[in-house]
Write a protein that binds this ligand. Structure first.
Ligand SMILES: NC(=O)c1ccc[n+]([C@@H]2O[C@H](COP(=O)([O-])OP(=O)(O)OC[C@H]3O[C@@H](n4cnc5c(N)ncnc54)[C@H](O)[C@@H]3O)[C@@H](O)[C@H]2O)c1
Length: 280
């Protein structure tokens, strides 16, 4: 088996305590990378790191809230002190708040945008200087969502946040290309993770409780005409091509889910609008 181009490097993953982030950790550790596992739930980040150490790998965990730039700066110092660099950064944290547009509160919007958009921006800002100092292959993976390719009802704040990080990630890719730092946008479809539960837990108390109605989830699924058998998978399945895609510096990483028809309709609608714009 050929050695991974990331072997011996360091991977930093936010949201590493659960789901997609924890699975990313497993993949990077299996490729011989040192791991810095970050999560607002420090105990779950520690569990993830312990699993890596049990298998003979190098991993450190730290409790970090991506809403806090100082905590992210401390994490970047830890990566530098402990491992001497950062070759792969996964800005992976995202929280979900379902709700019809008229029910989403100012606090709901504030929280989702602060974590899903500003959290990604803060994470990259904290680690980019260290990534620049690191030799070898360097990559940044930004977790968006299939919701940014195939929007549905009752999750406007989440969908808007994932469109925003997609735009940020696309720009970052262009701006870092000359330096040889690859940037990929990851579009997971539905995954069997703790997303809803951990989102509720991570929401700051001062913003009030997070409302979760089953009817919103059902309406969202129906509006996207999803084939749930292909659209929902384990996080382990979703990361199966991650390292190969990052090594190839793929612009987009669609982890799973079959929604070619919805994508075709979406692209066709934009192209038709473009072509109408050419008419006199
Ligand atoms: N689960 C899905 O169906 C799905 C679908 C598409 C995209 N995604 C995206 O995938 C990413 C990972 O989600 P997941 O499904 O693995 O969820 P998860 O809840 O299993 O894992 C997310 C982790 O992020 C942590 N977290 C939450 N707020 C944080 C904060 N402020 N600072 C630091 N850590 C914080 C949680 O404690 C949790 O451990 C998210 O960006 C999510 O939006 C998930």
């Amino acid at each position: 088996m050929t050695q991974s181009p990331f072997h011996g490097g360091t991977a930093v993953i936010t949201g590493a305590g659960s789901g997609l982030g924890a699975s990313m950790v497993e993949r990077f550790a299996a490729a011989g990378m040192n791991i810095l596992a970050l999560d607002i739930d420090g105990a779950s980040a520690e569990d993830t790191a312990q699993k890596v150490r049990k298998d003979g790998g190098q991993a450190v965990a730290m409790r970090v809230d991506v809403a806090n730039a100082d905590e992210l700066a401390a994490a970047a110092r830890l990566a530098a002190d402990r491992f001497g660099g950062c070759s792969v950064l996964c800005a992976n944290v995202g929280v979900q708040q379902f709700g019809a547009i008229e029910r989403l509160t100012e606090q709901d919007w504030q929280w989702v945008i602060d974590v899903n958009v500003m959290g990604v921006i803060r994470t990259v800002a904290a680690f980019l200087p260290l990534i620049r100092e690191t030799s070898g292959e360097r990559r940044i993976a930004i977790t968006s969502s299939s919701g940014a390719l195939m929007p549905g009802v009752r999750m406007a704040a989440y969908t808007a946040s994932k469109y925003a990080v997609t735009g940020y990630s696309e720009t970052l890719r262009m701006e870092l290309a000359e330096e040889g730092i690859g940037v990929s946008t990851v579009f997971p479809a539905g995954m069997i993770t703790r997303h809803l539960e951990s989102s509720i837990k991570a929401r700051p108390a001062e913003l009030g409780p997070s409302e979760l109605r089953q009817e919103d989830i059902e309406a969202m699924m129906a509006s996207r005409d999803m084939d749930t058998t292909s659209h929902v998978a384990t996080a382990d399945h979703a990361t199966r091509h991650l390292l190969a895609d990052l090594a190839a510096n793929e612009r987009f990483i669609v982890t799973h889910g079959e929604y070619r028809q919805q994508l075709t309709d979406y692209c066709d609608a934009i192209l038709r609008a473009h072509d109408r714009g050419q008419e006199s």
